[in-house]
Design a protein around this ligand. Structure first.
Ligand code: ACO
Length: 425
């Protein structure tokens, strides 16, 4: 048995400290014993943006960023995307196992039952400006749901939690579709409980005057895959918001709104929208070298490239690339794909990107496929938020059940004035 400790010498005092390793890591609080004297607060770890800080133990999602591996509860993402429905994967993430047939039926039935939203939600959404961004509408409406379900604040009650999880997973596509319909000035379409999760979402988005929406199975399958790929991604910015905000024990509606707000940023889930703007700006394949030169000069970033964790090809981007071909067979080839493919080729050979290990991430191709499916650009991040709701809730539940977790409250290194000039002088 190797000695699972770390010995630290404080060169200020000459003292040695033996720090136990916990699963190969040190506990940051163990550093506090390293002090120069009784008045010294003790050593902290300084880690802006949490580059090397684990905030929890989790058994939900595993990523090996160097090898480009992503697994949910031990299952490789490639196998899940190929063989499962989104609701099966949601069950896996939330309850820890793939459902048996009867469990899946029960889960699916309940999701269908809870897909309706209160009529006042419609009225609330009517108040948004005609050109409100759908992500802003989603964030606000998620928070507003808190006012419809007051008992949701009993977050320590597992029964209450399960009910809110069901409601949120079931209702988020409805709210997303209502946001879309509102932006087009179209009447809202109620959920159709004879349709599956992705199919019902498509119906709520695109149904016009026909009695029943005719779902294209290829597009529904593609959406199902996209939902699976986006369902969880361990401690990313949005999930960290979910855990951090959730740690003060507010209800899951306002907590999920905070996570969705974090997702909306252009460096996170908002990047898929930015990729499309970027491809529009580049315009044609001949303009790529000049665009790359500007990226390398630091004028702006190549959107959809780079990742905090992946230092290899994002496995989700690879699956999306394959799925895109099936969608294009129906929709016709999106001309932006040629620009994206050439951009990727040039970037992957360029030393700037090679040295920094910058590869396409999930957002690089997702926008192109969403556009080919008929989604407007401003819906892209909303499409990300729908399946990510499952990941946020799984992580939130795990956090609440973890006896080591407390209210999130980082430290700071104060660098301001300690002896300011006297007031009034
Ligand atoms: N284009 C050009 N250069 C980049 C890019 C990029 N997309 N991403 C990182 N770099 C460069 C940085 O300039 C930096 O270079 P330097 O060492 O010369 O200063 C180096 O690579 C490291 O970059 P960091 O910002 O330290 O990397 P970090 O891990 O903090 O950022 C992030 C990760 C935010 C995803 C970043 O790569 C980025 O901004 N990408 C573009 C936005 C994007 O696609 N976001 C979606 C991410 S996936 C998701 O959230 C679902």
């Amino acid at each position: 048995m190797p000695n699972e400790t770390l010995t630290v010498t404080d060169n200020r005092t000459g003292l040695n400290y033996t720090l136990p390793l916990f699963r190969g890591n040190i506990r940051a609080t163990d550093l506090r014993q390293i002090r120069t004297g009784p008045d010294d607060f003790g050593v902290m770890s300084y880690d802006p943006a949490f580059l090397n800080t684990a905030c929890c133990q989790s058994s939900i999602t595993y990523i090996d960023g160097d090898k480009g591996v992503l697994c949910y509860r031990g299952y490789p993402i490639e196998a899940l995307a190929e063989t499962c429905s989104f609701l099966e994967v949601a069950h896996l993430l939330l309850f820890g196992h793939l459902p048996e047939a009867d469990e899946l039926k029960d889960w699916d039935d309940k999701i269908r039952q809870h897909a309706l939203v209160h009529e006042n939600v419609k009225k609330f959404m009517d108040g948004f400006h005609h050109d409100a961004h759908p992500m802003g509408m989603l964030v606000s409406t998620l928070a507003a749901l808190s006012t419809f379900y007051p008992s949701a604040r009993h977050v320590k009650d597992p029964g209450e939690r399960d009910l809110q999880v069901l409601r949120l997973v079931a209702k988020v596509p409805t709210i997303a579709a209502y946001a879309y319909r509102h932006s087009l000035g179209l009447p809202y379409v109620y959920p159709d409980d004879t349709l599956g999760y992705a199919e019902n979402f498509m119906s709520m988005l695109w149904k016009r005057t026909e009695l029943k929406y005719n779902v294209n199975p290829v597009l529904a399958k593609a959406l199902n895959i996209l939902f699976i790929l986006h369902a969880d991604h361990e401690q990313n910015c949005g999930t960290t918001a979910m855990r951090s905000v959730g740690s003060s024990l507010p209800d899951p509606y306002v907590t999920a709104a905070a996570a969705a707000a974090a997702l909306s940023g252009p460096l996170h889930g908002g990047a898929n929208e930015e990729v499309l703007h970027m491809l529009d700006e580049i315009g044609s394949v001949e303009n790529i070298p000049a665009y790359i030169a500007k990226v390398k000069a630091g004028e702006f970033r190549l959107m959809g490239f780079g990742h905090r964790v992946y230092k290899n090809y994002d496995p989700r981007a690879r699956i999306i690339k394959q799925t895109a071909e099936q969608v294009f067979a129906i929709s016709g080839r999106n001309p932006k794909l040629d620009i994206a493919l050439e951009l990727e080729k040039i970037a992957l050979e360029d030393p700037y990107f090679v040295q920094r290990k910058l590869y396409p991430n999930v957002d690089f191709y997702s926008g192109i496929i969403y556009q080919a499916m008929g989604f407007s650009t401003d819906m892209f991040t909303v499409l990300f938020a729908i399946p990510r709701m499952v990941g946020w809730l799984a992580q939130w539940q795990e956090m609440l059940e973890d006896s080591e977790q407390k209210i999130a409250r980082p430290r700071q290194i104060y660098v301001g004035e300690t002896q300011p000039a006297p007031v009034g002088v």
